[in-house]
Ligand binder design. Structure first.
Ligand SMILES: [Zn+2]
Length: 137
């Protein structure tokens, strides 16, 4: 199937955000975020081997990674430490471009605030300080 102009420009934006993410990681003293086992383990450990949205147990094999701030041309989230969180694949498929706090409210019910706090402490630990208007939920 032919790809639309918007698909192509979004792919280009994603490549760009991935590259900027590498520089942002290095500027903060981290090894660039990538598909490394040690990095997956760090994410899993921080989040107690649970999906950061719904809380289901996940491991290296079932781990899916979501960008809190989506990697698209309006949100401009980076592929970098502090913006990538561990989740289950159903949550990753359902969240799409939704604001993450809104998504947690749908998935986590009475656990929502605890999950939000955990994610915010992760973002703060990693000093991911880039915010955009579309991040406000
Ligand atoms: Zn989940």
């Amino acid at each position: 199937m032919a790809r639309s102009k918007s698909d192509i420009s979004n792919s280009a934006i994603r490549i760009f955000l991935q590259e900027v993410g590498k520089f942002y990681d290095e500027a903060r003293g981290y090894e660039a975020f990538g598909p490394k086992v040690a990095q997956k383990d760090e994410l899993l450990d921080f989040f107690d081997h649970a999906c950061c949205f719904c809380g289901v147990e996940i491991d290296r094999k079932s781990l899916s990674q979501d960008h809190l701030i989506p990697m698209n041309k309006s949100a401009l989230g980076l592929h970098a430490w502090g913006n990538v969180v561990p989740c289950c694949s159903p949550c990753n498929n359902q969240k799409q471009q939704k604001p993450w706090k809104e998504f947690i409210a749908l998935k986590a019910g009475s656990e929502s605030q605890a999950r939000i706090d955990k994610i915010e402490s992760f973002v703060a630990t990693k000093k991911y300080l880039i915010t955009t208007d579309s991040q406000q939920a």
